[in-house]
Design a protein around this ligand. Structure first.
Ligand SMILES: [Zn+2]
Ligand SMILES: [Zn+2]
Length: 321
């Protein structure tokens, strides 16, 4: 994610800011990818702290308008969790916009989001035909920590959910093209194999013993659809970590040149190599604070080939090229 100039004075703004350091209200213009000093503000600004502008006063922004179903805000914590969930969604939509997804130049359909609060029964997150379902309850730190332990997924995060579930939607968009499916199947396998049986097998007997040489995560080994979604989520993690490091002004001998834009880099292997060198450094920094590594995953040769495949399709997929 970039760091943005303050349109009302000195200093920088972070992507989620609603105001400058001296309290002047600002809003983010997702088309211009810049902060502006005035609205029209998104109609959800006061409700959930959305800092994007809208096309007209009293209307929703480009991101909030994709939420067809909002959680019942009378449930405890639901509004706060929804606010954090929408913030993760805006972040990932802006990332994908760097590759032209869901911007005016993208002629394809936009995702539709169902944002659900949870009662006693957990909400199953997922994607069907362009509709993404997200449990906003996982924005709660206690609940997500419990699930990280129970599911042995220490890197379970809301931004990770967004990247994973939107990745399924991007697969569906790409599958509408004539040239995608054959290429996909030769890299990831046939996604027409029984999905329910594959997940039952995964949760029953675990990943294959050699999963690390073929997949990024254990869950990726469950089915070609999950392999795609996990790989695409990791590509987005790695690209955005790299973009954030560069945008924050840090330098490294591994960064190709000043002004280098990771989202514009055509060579996936070069991008991955830079990202890996940076995350190894940030892992080291995190340990100084007693925190977990930012990115502890090992990228096998096979995983790098899949990341490069996803990179190729996500970079050119949105414009029908
Ligand atoms: Zn909004
Ligand atoms: Zn999935």
């Amino acid at each position: 994610m970039r760091v943005f100039p303050n349109p009302t004075g000195a200093g920088s703004l972070w992507f989620d800011n609603l105001a400058t350091a001296d309290g002047t209200p600002v809003a983010y213009d997702p088309q211009a990818r810049a902060f502006v000093p005035s609205g029209p503000f998104c109609a959800n600004r006061d409700l959930i702290g959305c800092n994007w502008i809208a096309a007209a006063h009293g209307t929703l922004c480009h991101s909030c308008v994709m939420t067809a179903l909002a959680p019942d805000t009378s449930l405890p914590g639901a509004r706060h969790n929804w606010a954090k969930t929408e913030a993760a969604k805006r972040w990932v939509l802006d990332n994908l916009g760097r590759w032209h997804w869901f911007r005016p130049e993208d002629p394809g359909v936009r995702p539709v989001f169902r944002m659900l609060a949870e009662g006693p029964t957990p909400v199953a997150m997922g994607h069907v035909d362009g509709v993404v379902t997200i449990s906003v309850a996982e924005a709660d730190p206690v609940l997500i920590t419990t699930r990280r332990e129970a599911l042995q997924e220490p890197y379970r995060t809301m931004i990770g959910h967004m990247r994973h579930e939107i990745a399924h939607m991007l697969w569906w968009r790409l599958s509408l093209r004539e040239d995608f499916l054959e290429a996909f199947r030769s890299m990831f396998g046939d996604e027409r194999t029984d999905y329910a049986a594959a997940l039952n097998r995964h949760y029953g007997s675990g990943p294959p013993p050699d999963w690390q040489s073929r997949f990024l995560t254990t869950y990726a080994s469950a089915h070609p659809h999950e392999d795609w979604a996990e790989t695409a989520a990791h590509l987005l993690h790695l690209t955005d970590i790299t973009d954030s490091v560069v945008s924050a002004g840090f330098t490294s001998p591994d960064i190709p040149h000043p002004g280098w834009d990771p989202y514009a880099e055509p060579d996936a292997i070069r991008l991955i190599r830079v990202a890996v060198s940076l995350v190894m450094g940030i892992n080291h920094v995190n340990r100084a604070m007693g925190l977990s590594d930012i990115y502890p995953f090992v990228l096998s040769e096979a995983a790098q080939r899949k990341l490069a495949f996803v990179h190729d399709w996500l970079r050119r997929g949105a414009q029908g090229r």
